[in-house]
Structures are given as structure tokens and as C-alpha cells.
Design a protein around this ligand. Structure first.
Ligand SMILES: [Mg+2]
Length: 116
């Protein structure tokens, strides 16, 4: 299944409207909800060693929890972008192009350091 972000945004918009939740979905609240869900994702991995967070080492329970939190993060991210009229496809394309220009192989090969 290919993920269509525009379709997902529409589904989430309808779900929120059906539940009369639009009143709560200010950009501020959606950003805070996004941060909370990122925190929930981090909590699933928090006390594991780096090796224990590798996919083949996650048990079924932890894997299901991580998947659910990743879904929550994407849902709130798409809702926030939709609410702010951000064209996610354009924004991501521009960011990828910017990263390609900024982090050339010559400057960044094997280095985890981000450029200022
Ligand atoms: Mg969650």
C-alpha cells in the first residue's frame, strides 16, 4: 500500500469534523500533541541499549507499541501540516533538494555532524 499524504490528510480532516474536534485542533495544540507522541515513541525505546532497539531485537509487544507511536506521530504531523496549509510533498521535496546541496558526499561522507 502506498501512503498518499493528501488522502490521509482528508481522512483525518473528516474524522476530526465528525467528532467536532476541529475546535481543539489549533496549530499550537496539534504541535503539542505531536511532541507528546514523539515523547511516547521515545519512552518505548528509552531504557533499551542501542543494540536492543534494532528491529530484529524488538519483541512483538515492543514492536507493536513502536509502530503505534510512529503512526501517532505521522498522524499529528500530517494534521499539523494540513492545518497550516503546508504542502507536504512540496516542502519535503524542497528539503531533500536542500539536503542534497548542503550535505555533499565530499563534505559529509561518514560524518554524523550536521553543518551549522
Ligand atoms: Mg501515542
Amino acid at each position: 500500500m502506498a501512503l498518499d499524504l493528501t488522502d490521509l490528510a482528508g481522512q483525518l480532516r473528516r474524522f476530526a469534523a465528525d467528532h467536532n474536534w476541529d475546535q481543539f485542533h489549533t496549530p499550537k495544540n496539534l504541535a503539542m500533541a505531536l511532541a507528546r507522541e514523539v515523547g511516547e515513541l521515545l519512552a518505548e525505546l528509552q531504557w533499551l541499549t542501542a543494540e536492543q532497539t534494532e528491529p530484529e531485537r524488538l519483541d512483538a509487544y515492543r514492536r507493536a507499541a513502536v509502530e503505534a507511536e510512529i503512526a501517532d506521530v505521522l498522524i499529528y504531523l500530517v494534521q499539523l501540516a494540513d492545518r497550516l496549509h503546508v504542502d507536504l510533498e512540496r516542502a519535503i521535496t524542497e528539503k531533500l533538494e536542500s539536503n542534497e546541496a548542503r550535505y555533499t558526499i565530499e563534505r559529509s561522507l561518514g560524518s554524523p555532524n550536521k553543518l551549522p
